[in-house]
Design a protein around this ligand. Structure first.
Ligand SMILES: NC(=O)c1ccc[n+]([C@H]2O[C@H](COP(=O)([O-])OP(=O)(O)OC[C@H]3O[C@@H](n4cnc5c(N)ncnc54)[C@H](O)[C@@H]3O)[C@@H](O)[C@H]2O)c1
Length: 143
């Protein structure tokens, strides 16, 4: 399989401003802990996200300048944990949006692998699988 993922050590928010971004949140869009706090501070839009009424396994999105900011909805409430299956479904939803909107550059943290306790070995395989045969180049930032 072609390797879709490139790795960079550093802050996700230092990525080029042309890259779209993605991270995981809960359906309630609380974003009270982890990297989600910085997304909330930088991009706002909580009302706009809630209005999209996305379920676990779907993906909410904001447009900010030339980039999209994706909110992978992987669970109902902030204090729950996601499953690999809902993460995969949310990634599929994001892929569909990327393809429809010509997104070819995406930067992400190690999604699901901090507070949400999934393991990167498994998550990275899912991302590569979902995005194989697409032109979306994905850069993974880790601190
Ligand atoms: N599990 C909870 O109890 C809880 C509660 C509230 C909020 N959250 C938040 O956490 C959930 C998402 O969990 P997650 O594991 O996907 O995310 P996360 O734990 O916030 O971060 C994922 C990974 O990114 C790393 N990271 C953090 N900041 C940066 C940065 N600036 N640049 C690069 N990497 C960074 C972090 O160390 C971790 O390995 C969402 O629900 C979100 O709202 C969790």
């Amino acid at each position: 399989m072609e390797n879709k993922l490139q790795y960079v050590k550093g802050n996700l928010f230092s990525c080029p401003s042309t890259h779209s971004l993605a991270h995981c949140i809960s359906m309630d869009c609380k974003m009270g802990a982890g990297i989600a706090v910085t997304f909330k501070k930088k991009f706002g839009g909580v009302e706009e996200l809630l209005a999209q009424q996305k379920q676990p396994g779907e993906c909410a999105v904001l447009k900010r300048g030339d980039r999209f900011v994706y909110y992978l909805i992987t669970k109902k409430k902030y204090n729950q944990k996601p499953t690999y299956e809902t993460l995969r479904q949310s990634l599929e939803a994001m892929k569909a949006h990327c393809l429809e909107n010509g997104v070819t550059r995406l930067s992400i943290p190690r999604i699901g692998c901090g507070l949400d306790r999934l393991t990167w070995d498994k998550v990275s395989v899912i991302i590569e699988d979902v995005f194989q045969y697409t032109d979306v180049a994905i850069t993974v930032y880790s601190l």
